[in-house]
Design a protein around this ligand. Sequence first.
Ligand SMILES: Cc1cc2nc3c(=O)[nH]c(=O)nc-3n(C[C@H](O)[C@H](O)[C@H](O)COP(=O)(O)O)c2cc1C
Length: 398
Amino acid sequence: MFNSVKVTEDIYWVGVNDRRTALFENLWPLEHGVAYNSYLLVDEKIALIDTVEGGQVGEYVRKIQSIIGTHKKIDYLIINHMEPDHSGLIQSVVELYPDIKIVGNEKTFGMIADFYGITNNTHLVKDGDEINLGKHQLKFYMTPMVHWPETMMTYDQSSQILFSGDAFGSFGALDGGIFDDEVDLVFFEEEMRRYYANIVGKYGAPVQAALKKLHGLEISTICATHGPIWRSDIQKVVSLYDQWSKCEAEEGVVIVYGTMYGNTGKMAETIARTLSEEGIKNIKIYDGSKTHMSYILRDIWKYKGLIIGSCAYNNNLFPPIESLTSKLVHMGVKNRILGIFGTYSWSGGGVINLKKFAEQIKWPLIAEPVEAKCAACGNDIDGCVMIGKQMAKALKEA
Ligand SMILES: Cc1cc2nc3c(=O)[nH]c(=O)nc-3n(C[C@H](O)[C@H](O)[C@H](O)COP(=O)(O)O)c2cc1C
């Protein structure tokens, strides 16, 4: 989108959409693109909050100059987050506005020096420090490890807008709509959870600390660095972050399996049908080879139950299931209940490693694991039914 967009009378969205990059962080699919949001506050003094990814300098500068013209200077460049998708144009901004003061904390400046070799014209802020722009009084909140060490948030006391960095951000380009009341909210809530689960999810405790620090602040609008601007129901957005960072989950089950020839998948169908017969409505089945892990993690972040299956593969788990289980351990997901199943033909490798995963992640196993030889029959099918029944029972009791 070429236009800048007014957030208030004198605050502008000057972000850009990226529909070309296939993988965010070279890892996470961007089927519907992503937006890099930056904001311009035009007061007696002018401040730019964060920049955008490095590839879109022309459009970014045109947007800024369509608001302030080519002669006015920008006084402050506030850096809430140094990840290169937001800091990518710091050098270009500094070249264009050589007197600009870069506002950040101690950790920010270490990274600016190391990434971009910039050490001049810095304005160091600590937790609670303020800067006056004229009408606007900005206050800085240090929120380390949401999700980098230098992350901070900027709160404008006059408009009650929180510039939150990556917190409350989501995947998905902004297809014309910039505000939450202009976009498909169902899509963005899913994409916000996928972003949270994959990018921020490991840092639940720092997110909790940040939410505590912001508690009591009157927030009219949240301007994150990705996704829509939230202004309709701030309480809902904050409470989603609260739930996710506490690993709270809803009633429902993700069943994910790894299969080469379909036998493990058939067991998943039996388990799912039993869950449904037992009254569970939210059941999501994924073939781990077909659906990218980021979507599976998104749903694991939502639902309390995980049932995971794997065929044996060279004495080990099937590779996509191996990746998923190690990612779950790495992220330290808590407060889930687990069922496991699988197949083998000679010495196994799937279920034995799923049992090791259960021990590592310390989630309770709701039923006896089922391991079918080649293809499930008789007792194996009974075992799958039992996994479904026990999972439904545990979910209802949770
Ligand atoms: C490449 C490959 C490696 C396998 N490695 C093992 C193994 O290490 N141990 C074992 O018991 N079975 C192994 N199997 C057999 C499968 O795990 C077994 O046939 C299983 O039932 C297949 O399930 P599926 O139909 O869900 O793919 C292997 C099969 C293939 C094709």
